[in-house]
Design a protein around this ligand. Structure first.
Ligand SMILES: [Zn+2]
Length: 457
């Protein structure tokens, strides 16, 4: 029989088998998260967007030699920004370029072989150096003709906002230390075919990086939609329901035990939704249950293609007049992705969302592994997983469940360091379940959905 008593406000006892184990509940919030939100500066973001726009064009095929115009100048400046931030934290960032060659052959938007150069800054984790949580934005821009590499292409919203957000998040988070590594990433070649992401995702997979998630930011500064709506209180999080590379066994599992909408990218989206609701109460994350906009792409996808979790963050109301357009006025309508279309406060808010999710995940213990579930034809649900070994930061685990129709986790229970729990009178048929790891400071990993049955004796 299960027996729970609350003693004081934070300590309770849970009966596991016959022994009673003392459980200290995690803190409800981490005050450092509020500090991070306040430290993100709209002025810095504005200044960085202005600089990026002033490179004239950042088209992937543009000049790489000039120090004032073209993508070469832009990426050297981005690297110098990361270098400066690193200088201010005693060299706490590993700043480097990452390259891949996009060949003309087989690529419509690459007329001649072109080096695609990404820029990254790694804040190396103190405990899990090979586990990465990534924030990305894009360096490159385009106008009406995707091959026009010479005319002005400010790409103020698409995607200087995402890039400036990455730089600002790096500045803010460089002041903290984390057990897990964080990568601040500027990707190139997005508009020519997601090349920067493809090359990096492939290399990351080949080198065995453990990527916990990619939070890709693409257009985080427009609040005046083509639909006439002006909205600075919501943003969208796009995520694929389950990995695209699911095998037949996964599909069978989904069919009989659930999991069609519980892949790791979707759990990352729920994490972002949860952190926003908890810490930024005047902002709402609108989860969109699809990979990306209808038929369109973004730089999280190549990571998904390699089996890594990744989502896209962006404004809720796009304005196509200010996207991928030659700068011109036609029938009284001003076209072009110019800086006047960017709301810097909104870009700062969405940057803060990124920063707190990066920090939350990087401060959390590793997520539970080998989560198993059982409970058919019983009045209870049982979950079991492998203990996180050797992490003094681990306070315990939290079990989550929700109605099968609910997009977000609705119920949870912190159960301490046990790794085998039975939820009495919670009927397995009626809910979906998951488990997270919780740190002593209250920060949590993303939720892991069970993918194995507890063997019946
Ligand atoms: Zn674009």
């Amino acid at each position: 029989m299960r027996f729970i008593t609350t003693v004081f406000c934070l300590i309770s006892f849970i009966s596991i088998g016959h022994a009673q184990v003392e459980i200290v509940s995690p803190p409800q919030e981490d005050p450092r998260i509020y500090n991070i939100i306040e430290e993100v500066s709209a002025e810095h973001i504005q200044a960085d967007i202005e600089t990026l726009v002033n490179f004239g064009t950042r088209h992937t095929l543009s000049d790489t030699v000039s120090s004032t115009r073209g993508i070469g100048a832009a990426r050297r400046w981005i690297k110098s920004r990361f270098d400066d931030i690193s200088k201010d934290c005693n060299g706490c960032l590993e700043v480097k370029y990452h390259r891949g060659l996009a060949t003309a052959e087989g690529n419509r938007r690459i007329p001649e072989d072109t080096w695609i150069v990404n820029v990254m800054a790694i804040k190396r984790g103190t405990k899990y150096p090979n586990k990465y949580i990534i924030m990305s934005g894009d360096i490159d821009s385009r106008i009406s003709d995707p091959l026009n590499a010479t005319d002005d292409s400010p790409g103020a919203n698409d995607n200087a906002t995402g890039m400036a957000g990455v730089i600002e998040a790096a500045r803010v988070l460089s002041k903290y230390d984390f057990p897990t590594s964080i990568i601040f990433l500027g990707l190139s070649g997005e508009e020519q075919g997601l090349f920067g992401g493809k090359f990096l995702a492939k290399d990351a997979k080949a080198e065995g990086w453990e990527i916990l998630g990619v939070i890709n930011n693409d257009m985080i500064g427009n609040i005046k939609g083509i639909d006439g709506v002006i909205d600075n209180t919501t943003f969208r999080v796009f995520s694929e329901p389950a990995p695209a590379d699911q095998n037949e066994k996964d599909l069978i599992w989904n069919r009989f035990y659930g999991g069609e909408v519980d892949g790791p990218s979707r759990q990352l989206a729920r994490y972002i939704h949860g952190m926003t609701s908890k810490y930024m109460t005047n902002l709402k994350a609108v989860m969109i249950y699809r990979l990306d906009r209808f038929g369109r792409g973004g730089h999280h996808r190549p990571f998904n293609d390699e089996g890594f979790p990744g989502v896209r963050i962006m404004e809720t109301h796009e304005n196509y007049v200010m996207q991928h357009q030659d700068i011109r006025t036609e029938d009284g309508i001003a076209y072009g992705d110019v800086i006047e279309g960017v709301n810097f406060d909104y870009a700062a808010k969405l940057t803060a969302v990124n920063a707190i999710c990066l920090a939350g995940i990087a401060w959390a213990p590793a997520a539970p592994d080998f989560v198993m579930i059982g409970g058919a034809v019983r009045p209870s649900t049982r979950l079991k997983w492998d203990p996180i070994a050797d992490d003094s930061n681990l306070l315990g685990y939290k079990v989550y469940w929700r109605d099968t129709t609910s997009p977000v986790w609705q119920y949870h229970r912190f159960i301490g360091k046990e790794t085998d729990v039975t939820l009495e009178n919670i009927i397995i048929d009626n809910y979906l379940f998951g488990v997270s790891s919780v740190a002593k400071d209250g920060n949590e990993s993303t939720v892991v959905y069970p993918k194995t049955l507890i063997p019946r004796r």
